[in-house]
Design a protein around this ligand. Structure first.
Ligand code: DON
Length: 312
C-alpha cells in the first residue's frame, strides 16, 4: 500500500509545475479571472484521514459538480419521478448541447449534462411543497454533507453566469415547450445559476462526497444520506455521464465514478476506499480539468483504485 500522504503531495507538486495547464473557462466572465496556476488535491480515506496538498483549502466554483448534489436533493424529495423527465444514458455530446433535445422530444439524456441538470433543478425549484428556497435546500444539503456551515454561493459568479447564460436559457425554454420543465423558467434558471456558483475547497468537496464512497452513509455523521442502491446508481451515472463526451475516456484512464465542473474541479469516488476532490482550473476541449484528470489517473493507478479492479 502506497503512502497516500506522500503520493498526494508528490502528485500535487508535479501537476503544479507542469507548463501546459489547459484553458480556464471564459464563457462565464467571472471564471476567467481565476489563475490557471492553482492546483489542489484532497483524498479522504475510509478511516476519515484527510490527505491534502497544494491549494486544497482554497475555494473555487464547483459548477457542474453541483449537479450531483442537486440530483440527490431531487431524488430525496421526488423519488423516481426524476426519471420521468431525464434519462440515464451518456450523451456523447457537449455538456451544453441543444441538438439532441430536438431529436429526442425534449427529454435530456442524463442529469449531468446542462439540459438534464436544468430539468432536475426545475423539480427542486418548483416543487409544490417548496417555500421557494430551492437554492437554500441544495446549500443546506451540501453544508450538511461537508459538515461545514460556512459553504456559500459566490454571488459574483452567479450574477456573471445569469448575465451571460443565454444558452442555458435557450435549453430551459426549449424544454418548457416540451413540458420537461414545468415551472417558471426564470425561477429554474436562477436556482441553477446559484447552485453552479457554490464555492467549495477540495477538502470540503471530498468531505461532501464521502457518502457515495460508503454505500450512502456519511461516515463522519453516521447518517444515511441515500439508500445503498441510490448511492450505487449515482456512482453509475457519474462513471458513465460525469465527464460529458469525455466520459468513456475518463473511465478508460481513471476507472472511477467522477463529476467534473468548468471551474476545474472534479469529485471522484473510489467505492469503499476514498472520496477525492481535485482542482486545476485549466480545462480540456471538452470542459474537464486537464491536470485534474491526469492527477486522478496517476493517483488511481498508484493506489490500484478502479471499479474495474477485482481487488478493490
Ligand atoms: O451551465 C453551465 O454552463 C455552467 N454553469 C456549468 C457547466 C459545467 O460545469 C460543465 N462542466 N464541465
Amino acid at each position: 500500500m502506497a503512502d497516500i500522504s506522500a503520493l498526494v503531495a508528490e502528485i500535487a507538486a508535479r501537476m503544479a509545475a507542469l507548463p501546459d495547464r489547459g484553458r480556464v473557462a471564459d464563457y462565464i466572465p467571472e471564471l476567467a479571472k481565476v489563475s490557471g496556476d492553482h492546483f489542489g488535491l484532497a483524498v479522504i480515506t475510509a478511516d476519515g484521514t484527510e490527505h491534502v496538498a497544494g491549494d486544497a483549502d482554497t475555494c473555487f466554483s464547483i459548477q457542474s459538480v453541483s449537479k450531483v448534489f442537486a440530483l440527490v436533493e431531487a431524488l430525496g424529495s421526488c423519488g423516481d419521478r426524476v426519471w420521468d423527465r431525464v434519462g440515464r444514458e451518456p450523451s456523447g455530446s457537449a455538456f451544453n448541447s441543444i441538438i439532441q433535445l430536438e431529436l429526442e422530444q425534449g427529454r435530456p439524456r442524463n442529469p449531468f449534462i446542462n439540459a438534464g441538470a436544468l430539468a432536475v433543478t426545475d423539480l427542486i425549484a418548483n416543487r409544490t411543497d417548496s417555500d421557494g428556497s430551492g437554492i437554500g435546500d441544495i446549500l443546506r444539503l451540501v453544508r450538511r454533507l461537508a459538515g461545514d456551515d460556512s459553504i456559500a454561493v459566490d454571488g459574483a459568479v452567479a450574477y456573471s453566469e445569469a448575465a451571460t447564460g443565454f444558452r442555458n436559457a435557450a435549453l430551459a425554454n426549449y424544454m418548457r415547450a416540451f413540458g420537461t420543465i414545468t415551472g417558471p423558467v426564470a425561477t429554474t434558471l436562477d436556482v441553477y445559476f446559484h447552485q453552479c456558483a457554490i464555492a467549495m475547497s477540495c477538502r470540503q468537496l471530498a468531505r461532501a462526497g464521502r457518502f457515495l464512497a460508503h454505500g450512502g452513509i456519511d461516515p463522519a455523521s453516521g447518517q444515511a444520506i441515500v439508500p445503498p442502491e441510490r448511492a450505487r446508481r449515482i456512482n453509475a451515472l457519474m462513471l458513465t455521464c460525469g465527464h460529458y463526451d469525455a466520459s468513456g475516456e475518463f473511465a478508460f484512464r481513471v476507472g472511477l465514478p467522477a463529476k467534473s465542473g468548468v471551474g476545474g474541479g472534479i469529485l471522484a469516488i473510489a467505492p469503499g476506499r476514498a472520496s477525492i476532490a481535485v482542482w486545476s482550473p485549466g480545462l480540456s476541449p471538452q470542459g474537464n480539468s486537464l491536470r485534474g484528470t491526469q492527477a486522478l489517473e496517476d493517483l488511481a493507478h498508484a493506489m490500484g483504485w478502479s471499479v474495474f479492479n477485482p481487488d478493490v
